[in-house]
Design a protein around this ligand. Structure first.
Ligand SMILES: [Mn+2]
Length: 275
């Protein structure tokens, strides 16, 4: 049974001060909308940052694809806004048409090219999608328009593999995320991207930066600057959350969701890392 069918808005959701999500690619078949819905149902926050590539305008131009689960994601986000969550949307390259609305706000939803988030422990974080650095970081095999059809095929394989894994009771596993760690060019591209993003935070005189774009969740100190990447919801189903004391951590929702369903005794939150 799918995650979305199991889930409903919970009486006691996990409460965070802020949640940062990116690269959900709504309107694209590769979007793991059911995991995303499960995440939205089970969490609550004061600030929700949508860090770009929330919609996939490139895919939507090719063919119209808008299943009920994708609309349910949008409805859930709007419901959070109506209930008082402040939503800050920093569009990316796949939803660049939303950039026309930068500087506008509608009720609790603000649209801006970049934003500054102040954590509960008073650290300033620059928030932006990250494609702004594509011209600096020239080689991006996974993310350039040429590479995107190869990427679509890879995600198709990912879905087949995971459908098979589900049948035999194995947890979700990302083929694309696995390959990214193996291919040397991609590893070096990620390194250059991270350096460029960190440098932009340094120029803004902030303590850290939160971005997306490269579909690779991460939280690392680069000397004096905290680099956070929220990951994505087409491969790895990750988000960054801030607790009420300012503690930041990356959640991998495929393991968290299994844990919530399967192990009532689990007290600890599985995370990739924390800062
Ligand atoms: Mn992007």
């Amino acid at each position: 049974m799918s995650a979305a069918k199991n889930a409903s808005p919970l009486k006691n959701p996990l409460k965070y001060r802020a949640i940062f999500l990116s690269d959900t690619h709504l309107g694209f078949k590769g979007c793991q909308a059911e995991f995303l819905l499960d995440f939205l149902y089970r969490t609550d926050c004061e600030f929700l940052y949508l860090v770009g590539d929330i919609f996939d305008g490139w895919e939507m131009k090719k063919k119209s694809y808008w299943p009920a689960s994708h609309q349910a994601v949008v409805n859930e986000i709007l419901k959070k806004a109506a209930k008082g969550t402040r939503i800050i949307y920093t569009p990316g390259n796949h939803d660049e048409s939303a950039r026309h609305y930068c500087g506008h706000s509608f009720d609790n939803i603000e649209i801006s090219d970049t934003a500054i988030h102040t954590t509960a422990d008073n650290r300033k974080l620059l928030v932006l999608h990250g494609d702004q650095f594509d011209s600096v970081v020239k080689y991006s095999p996974f993310l350039s328009k040429v590479g995107s059809s190869m990427y679509t095929h890879l995600l198709f394989m990912n879905r087949i593999i995971n459908a098979a894994r589900r049948l035999v009771g194995l947890p979700y596993w990302s083929l694309a995320a696995h390959l990214k760690h193996k291919v040397k060019n991609i590893v070096s591209y990620i390194g250059k991207f991270e350096e460029a993003v960190v440098e932009s935070a340094r120029l803004e005189h902030v303590q850290g930066v939160v971005c997306g774009h490269i579909h690779h969740a991460e939280m690392t100190m680069f000397e004096d600057i905290l680099y956070c990447n929220t990951g994505d919801w087409v491969e790895s189903c990750t988000a960054m959350v801030e607790g009420h004391n300012g503690q930041l951590e990356i959640l991998k929702w495929t393991s968290q969701s299994e844990r919530l369903k399967g192990d009532a005794h689990a007290q600890d939150t599985p995370t990739l890392n924390a800062a």
